[in-house]
Design a protein around this ligand. Structure first.
Ligand SMILES: [Zn+2]
Length: 124
């Protein structure tokens, strides 16, 4: 099972949850990015294109578990290189969240349900 689990989320679809306590600064999620060529990217179905991040001329496809990390306007992790790092102490059972505004995922346009006080509600 490991340190994190993917299961149904109250925020949106599936989510990633801590399966142990994490301390601030610890790596929570290690990405499983797959590098695609432009041609491979263009042949992806639209719903897969939501999980693409551009890095220069590379197209990086987010796989599991990182694609299931939900957005929160008050996230408990920060994307650093190819990891999500805890920005606060996270307890076992808490949902792992990141800030998609910073992570610059193109084509993303969804309603945010994170419920935090500073929620921006629409993610573009
Ligand atoms: Zn929000």
């Amino acid at each position: 099972m490991g340190d994190i689990v993917v299961k149904k989320s109250k925020i949106h679809g599936k989510g990633v949850f801590a399966n142990k306590d994490f301390k601030k600064g610890e790596i929570v999620v290690k990405y499983n990015l797959k590098k695609l060529t432009k041609k491979e990217f263009e042949s992806l179905p639209d719903k897969e294109k939501h999980f693409i991040s551009r890095e220069g001329k590379d197209y990086l496809l987010f796989l599991s578990p990182e694609r299931y990390v939900n957005h929160s306007c008050n996230p408990n992790t920060n994307s650093l290189k190819e990891c999500d790092v805890a920005v606060k102490n996270i307890k076992k059972g808490e949902e792992i969240t990141g800030d998609y505004f910073k992570e610059a995922i193109p084509n993303l346009n969804m309603k945010c349900n994170c419920g935090s006080k500073n929620c921006k509600e629409i993610i573009k």
